[in-house]
Structure formats: C-alpha cells, structure tokens
Design a protein around this ligand. Structure first.
Ligand SMILES: Nc1nc2c(ncn2[C@@H]2O[C@H](COP(=O)(O)OP(=O)(O)OP(=O)(O)O)[C@@H](O)[C@H]2O)c(=O)[nH]1
Ligand SMILES: [Mg+2]
Length: 432
C-alpha cells in the first residue's frame, strides 16, 4: 500500500533551516525506499518546541488543512516525538503520525531477509514501541497497515506490556544464540586479517565489496539494502589473504534500539583489524555524513580502529573542483569507483602495505596436552618453529600483529583459568 506522505521538520533558528531542509530530503529518500510517496515537505522555524505538539498551534491547523487538501494519509516528523506529542498531533490532525526513527525501523523490517536480521529488527521495533506504549494514537488508522506498521504486526500493538516483554525475552535469547554462532564463525577465520566496510547507507559499500571480492551482493539505489554482513576472502598477494566484510550502513540518528539489537552484526565492526570508511564523493552532504558515521563508530566502541577513508563513485564526479576540495579536506583519503574499478588497485596496495607493516613473529609456549590451543596457535599464521620440550610446546608464528594479539589473549585467558585451578604453570610468553 502506498501512502501519501507529508514531511515536517522543526529548525531552531533560521540559520539551521537549510540543514533541516537537507535532512528532510534524506527523509524523503527513506520514504521512497519504504514505498511511500512524498507530497510535500515543510520546515518550521521555532526556537522552542511546543511541548504538546512540537510545532506551534497555527502549524497544527495548517497541517490539518494540507492533509485534507492533498489527501495525505501519513505525517512523518524528522524530529523525535514524545508519546504525548504523537497522540496530540494524531488527534488534532486526524491522520497517522510517525517520526524518523519509526520510519527507519520500518525500512529495516522491510529489508530483513535472514532469520538473524528479522530477530534483530523485531527486537528493536518492540523496544521502540514499548518505550512509547502510552502514545498509541488513533486506533482505526493502526488497522490500515503500510509504512510504520510493518514488522511484528498489529496484534502486537494491542497486547499488554507483559506479553511484549515476554516476546522481547524470547528474542533476546535468540540473539544470544546468534552471538555465539557468530563467534564460532569468526574463530574459524582466526588467522586472517579482518577488514570491514563501514559508511553511510547508499555510499557504495556493497558495490566496492563486489568489485574487491568478485562477489554478487545485492546493490540498489535504496537505503539500507544490506542488513546482514557478507564476508569473503580477498587475496592481496600470493602471501597475503584477508577477509573482507560488507555490513549494514549507518545514518544520522540511527535509532538507539537498532544499534543495541544489531549488536551481533556490529560486532564485526568492533572486532575488525582495519575499517574502510566508504563515503560518497558525489554527495553534497558528504562532510556531515562522514561525521555521522564517526559518531556511530564511537557509539559501537570502534572509534580507535585503524581506518582508511575511501571516497566512492568518482566516475560520477564531473566537476574537478569537487575532487580538489575533498583531496584538500581529507589528505589521506583514497578515491575509487566500485563501478569502473578506478583507484581500486591503489586501495589494495594501501591495504597490502598496512598489512605487511603489521607482520610480526610471536612465540607461544603451551602445555602439549592443550590440543585446542595448539591448533588455535597453528591457525593464527605461518608456523616458523615448532619444538616440544618437557611436555611443553614452543611455537613461533609469523602473522598479523592484531591477529596474533587476539590469539595471545585467548591463549592467556585459557591458560590463566587452568593455571588457577591446577598449579602455577607458566602461560604463553611474549618474545619480540
Ligand atoms: N556511478 C557509480 N555508482 C555507484 C558506485 N558505487 C555504488 N554506486 C551506486 O550507488 C547505489 C548504492 O550502492 P550500494 O553499493 O548498494 O551502496 P551501499 O553502501 O551498500 O548501500 P546500503 O547497503 O543500502 O547501505 C547503487 O545504485 C549503486 O549502483 C560507483 O562507484 N559509481
Ligand atoms: Mg549495501
């Protein structure tokens, strides 16, 4: 069902009016992705939001008239609405009202394909709805379906808090299982350097992923096309193999519930050895979006990762001045086109140089009886020495610094635990 949508944003000064207008353009792209059509976009400048309805009284009347005149059936606010504001607006205007966060959640529900993504989205939606259960507005309009109502289904909205809570508990249990599976999968990739693509939604991550790994991940000019991580090996040279992961994109004000429930997916980002931050070179708001991605990286605890900034879509830049500005503003960035392959070799050599700089030798001493640890160490790189002595095994491995660091931690943890229980055997030792 396609909704006719009116978009509303509130700017706190006339100076911020243009930023708000840009934000509404992004909201319009989100609506399009969700299958609705935007009939009108309005920005109101208002220093202090009206606590009852966010916008002023006069604006509420105007919105009501516009909705009648243009047969609008959905009002979307760019700003977060409190449950009370939501209810007041719906009652006075007579159409369904949602905010930006609800729309984003809706798109995630629409695009969730795997069981994992579905659980994560449903959990985020229920938590979002639970936080505003008091704000249930016009009942009749809830029956219509369409944007903002997909996902758990209407009946979920009518059940009491306790049943929602029970469902949340079940979903959380499902997520814990997924977390564990993800950990096992990642263990299997232990010895490999992990590179993860991050960036604003629609920046061109999947296109670059496909170009680098010859994969065929779905690419489309919509927002949040990719929700589940895709991982593939990438050989940089005969000796250097790494794994590249494409994952969910970010957006300004990503609902907190989504960040929380996409924990398993986002753990790929947190555990990466290198991030490729993809930014769209032809996007007029690219600076603001780079900042938004950096904010989200901080939110998920990945702010200190090594990162390459990669400007994509350079085949579409026809104005040299645009590239010049980006080059001056971001002197370390690399410029590529996932579509034509331009600049991709340069990106690969940058990765190769980084990885080579990170090659080190490390020595591990492990009791021979600990077979799982022996095989963990063996899989962490190229074994250059392996000697058994006094029931202990000393192995020297050449591999990637962060990978060997991770293995070191795991080995020490395992031995530390055993040591406390048995006698004071020595853990693995670090040698330069
Ligand atoms: N001309 C051109 N178009 C590109 C390039 N890279 C991506 N695109 C287009 O930009 C749109 C988004 O590309 P995707 O690769 O799906 O972007 P994404 O970052 O994976 O997006 P989400 O998964 O939705 O967050 C698609 O229409 C692509 O065809 C490029 O290098 N050149
Ligand atoms: Mg994608």
């Amino acid at each position: 069902m396609s909704s006719r949508v009116l978009l509303v944003g509130v700017a706190d000064s006339s100076r911020s009016r243009w930023a708000k207008a840009d934000s509404l353009d992004e909201l319009a792209a989100l609506v399009q992705t969700a299958g609705g059509s935007v009939v009108e976009q309005l920005v109101q400048v208002r220093q202090k939001p009206n606590p009852a309805t966010l916008v002023g009284k006069g604006m509420v009347v105007r919105l009501g008239l516009m909705c009648q005149e243009h047969k609008i059936d959905l009002l979307i606010f760019d700003d977060e609405l409190s449950p009370t504001q939501l209810r007041n607006l719906e009652e006075s205007i007579g159409v369904r009202v949602i905010d930006r966060a609800a729309l984003i959640l809706d798109i995630f529900a629409l695009h969730a394909r795997t069981a994992e993504a579905k659980i994560q989205v449903e959990l985020a939606q229920l938590e979002y709805r639970q936080s505003r259960l008091t704000g249930l507005g016009i009942e009749m309009s809830r029956l219509g379906g369409g944007i903002g109502t997909r996902g758990p289904g209407e009946t979920q909205l009518e059940v009491d808090r306790r049943r929602i809570q029970q469902r949340i508990v079940t979903l959380r249990r499902g997520l814990t299982r997924i977390d564990r599976e993800r950990l096992t999968q990642r263990r299997r990739r232990t010895g490999l350097f992990q590179v993860v693509l991050v960036g604003y939604t629609n920046a061109g991550k999947s296109t670059l992923f496909n170009r680098l790994t010859q994969a065929r991940v779905r690419v489309s000019d919509q927002l949040f096309v990719t929700l589940d991580p895709n991982t593939k090996a990438l050989d940089l040279s005969r000796h250097i193999r790494l794994v590249l992961t494409d994952t969910v994109g970010f957006i300004r004000s990503l609902p907190v519930q989504l960040v929380a429930s996409f924990r398993a997916t986002l753990s790929e980002v947190r555990d990466a050895d290198l991030l490729l931050h993809v930014a769209d070179a032809i996007d007029s708001q690219v600076d603001r979006r780079i900042d938004a991605v950096n904010d989200t990286l901080e939110q998920v605890g990945a702010q200190d990762k090594p990162v390459f900034l990669v400007f994509s879509k350079i085949d579409k830049v026809f104005d040299e001045a645009v590239l010049g500005r980006l080059r001056r503003g971001y002197s370390n960035a690399v410029f590529v086109s996932g579509k034509t392959g331009a600049g991709v070799e340069q990106l690969k050599s940058m990765m190769q140089r980084l990885v080579e700089r990170q090659m080190v030798s490390r020595s591990f001493t492990i009791p021979e009886s600990k077979w799982d640890l022996v095989s963990l160490v063996r899989s962490s790189g190229r074994v250059v020495k392996d000697e058994a002595h006094d029931g202990k095994r000393r192995m020297v491995v050449r591999g990637f610094r962060p990978v060997l660091g991770r293995v070191r931690k795991e080995v020490d943890l395992a031995l530390g635990r055993t040591n406390r229980r048995i006698q004071g055997a020595k853990g693995s030792t670090l040698e330069p």
